[in-house]
Design a protein around this ligand. Structure first.
Ligand code: NAD
Ligand code: UGA
Length: 454
């Protein structure tokens, strides 16, 4: 049995950082070193202000940092020392060239793999943590075996990550399952067992699933496709609700009470965001097309198309309601992150909304409790936005409020105070179904909620 004593994680991002910090937290006997090319990111991981906001992350990092958890840009040393290396680099959608707009860009996975091959002086278990197209492990193996010197062995595992941002630490401490795929050879199974032993320090063995490599790679894309599909399904139904007078929360509840359907991930919204759903479905679409399965590709593509439609539909409803023009009007946008409890804005629906509002020459007054101002300026380079420090400041003298992120604090605001300071009629558009519409109507607001008729 190989016993893992030293782990290196390449990529100190939203996945590599929290995942490997939790391994260090739960396995004091393992030295964990997280490396990245980005010196600012590593400096932040070594400071008091960690580079990402995640509830519970500070406690985990501050407890183990400097003991068995290290962050460094000295990639070579960390790779050399490690028996097991996680590759947790970004795999964004390609922007140009073959497969542009669909395929995952594997340039970072390849360069990390080549980096391992060029410096490794001993055999390693190399683990795909990044979300990759099915059969990427085969390319990694070839690169490692043909570029290393000496008689080294590389066992490749697939161990996709299922954490969601905002609940990453909870998801890592109490995962529904841990998935480890390996080649079904004696060596592959040995490596699979070695990684399973690491997780077994805190995850019960019935939750550790072992499969072949390709099932593991595909399961990650499949799981995200299923989750996003549920959101597009409920959002498609929300359009029907608005047209008929059915209430989407009631429909979701009634359907979700069927144990076969289940209640989770049925919250209608202004559209899903985040760095992965769209990217991973497009990746699946591309894979299906490459395998000459156009009907399969079209099926999954519709999940993303419906998501775009949902955002556009919400914008159109806002413009129509505001007397068919928002030019020179002011709109307060509450929430900029792609979901609550994160400062991450990647693919946030809020960005799409703002761009539409600005195109119509409205001014957008943005408030988000966690997103940094610099991030908003990176996401929106257009003029016409004002960043504010509180929801009260954001909504002062505006024509309408738009709820784009479901932050808990938006449920508890003093809406009577907000109403007094707004232009009349005072409109509020709830893109997250978090507000008490009856209460707001009593104050005087005109309330429009996704999935409900006005
Ligand atoms: P990220 O962009 O936050 O982090 C990736 C890091 O890798 C960056 O800091 C980058 O500098 C670093 N990097 C890239 N190439 C490198 C190299 N050759 N050597 C050293 N460092 C290198 O990305 P992320 O959100 O952590 O996602 C990583 C992977 O995990 C992606 O494949 C993603 O699909 C998957 N994933 C993400 C989430 C999530 O919630 N964000 C959840 C599950 C899976
Ligand atoms: C998602 C998956 O939930 C994770 O399991 C997966 O590991 C991760 O993608 C990944 O591969 O990156 P994440 O994107 O962090 O996690 O967050 P989710 O909670 O899934 O939310 C995604 C988007 O869907 C958010 O914009 C959220 O507001 C929206 N959503 C979610 C809804 O609109 N309705 C719902 O019912 C649930």
């Amino acid at each position: 049995m190989v016993q893992v004593k030293n782990i290196c994680c390449i990529g100190a991002g939203y996945v590599g950082g929290p995942t490997c910090a939790v391994i260090a937290y739960k396995c004091h006997h393992i030295k964990v070193t997280i490396v990245d090319l980005n010196t600012d990111r590593i400096a932040a991981w070594n400071s008091h202000q960690l580079p990402i906001y995640e509830p519970g992350l500070d406690e985990v990092v501050f407890e183990r940092r400097g003991k068995n958890l290290f962050f460094t840009t000295e990639i070579e040393d960390a790779v050399n020392e490690a028996d097991l290396i996680f590759v947790s680099v970004n795999t964004p959608t390609k922007k140009s060239g073959m497969g542009a707009g669909f395929a995952a860009d594997l340039v970072y996975v390849e360069s990390a793999t080549r980096g391992i091959a060029s410096v490794a002086k001993s055999s390693k278990i190399v683990v795909e943590k990044s979300t990759v197209p099915c059969r990427t492990a085969e390319s990694m193996r070839t690169i490692l075996e043909t570029n290393s010197t000496g008689n080294l062995r590389f066992d490749i595992l697939s161990n996709p990550e299922f954490l969601a941002e905002g609940t990453a630490i909870k998801d890592l401490l109490y995962p529904d399952r841990v998935l480890i795929g390996a080649l079904q050879t004696p060596e592959g199974r040995k490596a699979q067992q070695a990684l399973a032993e690491v997780y077994a320090n805190w995850v019960s063995t019935d939750r550790i699933i072992t499969t072949n490599l390709w099932s593991s790679e595909l399961s990650k894309l499949a799981a995200n496709a299923f989750l996003a599909q549920r959101i597009s399904s409920i959002n498609a139904l929300s359009a029907l609700c608005e047209a008929t007078g059915a209430d989407i929360d009631e429909v979701a509840y009634a359907c979700g009470r069927d144990a076969r359907i289940g209640p989770k991930f049925l919250k209608a919204s202004v559209g899903f965001g985040g760095s992965c759903f769209q990217k991973d479905i497009l990746n699946l679409v591309y894979l299906s097309e490459q395998l000459n399965l156009p009907e399969v590709a079209a099926y999954w593509k519709q999940v993303v198309d419906l998501n775009e439609y949902q955002k556009k539909r919400f914008v159109e409803r806002i413009i129509k309601t505001l007397f068919h023009t928002i030019t020179n009007k002011e709109i307060a946008l509450l929430g900029f992150a792609f979901k609550k409890d994160t400062g991450d804005t990647r693919e946030s629906a809020a960005i799409t909304l703002c761009k539409h509002f600005i195109q119509e020459r409205a001014t957008v007054r943005i408030y988000d409790p966690k997103v940094a101002d610099e991030q908003i300026f990176l996401d929106l380079t257009e003029p016409g936005i004002v960043i504010t420090r509180s929801p009260y400041d954001a909504s002062r003298n505006v024509d309408a409020i738009v709820i784009a992120t479901e932050w808990d604090e938006f449920k508890e605001l003093d809406y009577t105070r907000i109403y007094k300071n707004m232009k009349k009629p005072a409109f509020i558009f709830d893109g997250r179904l978090i507000l008490d519409a009856d209460k707001l109507q009593k104050i005087g607001f005109r309330v429009h909620t996704i999935g409900r008729k006005e």
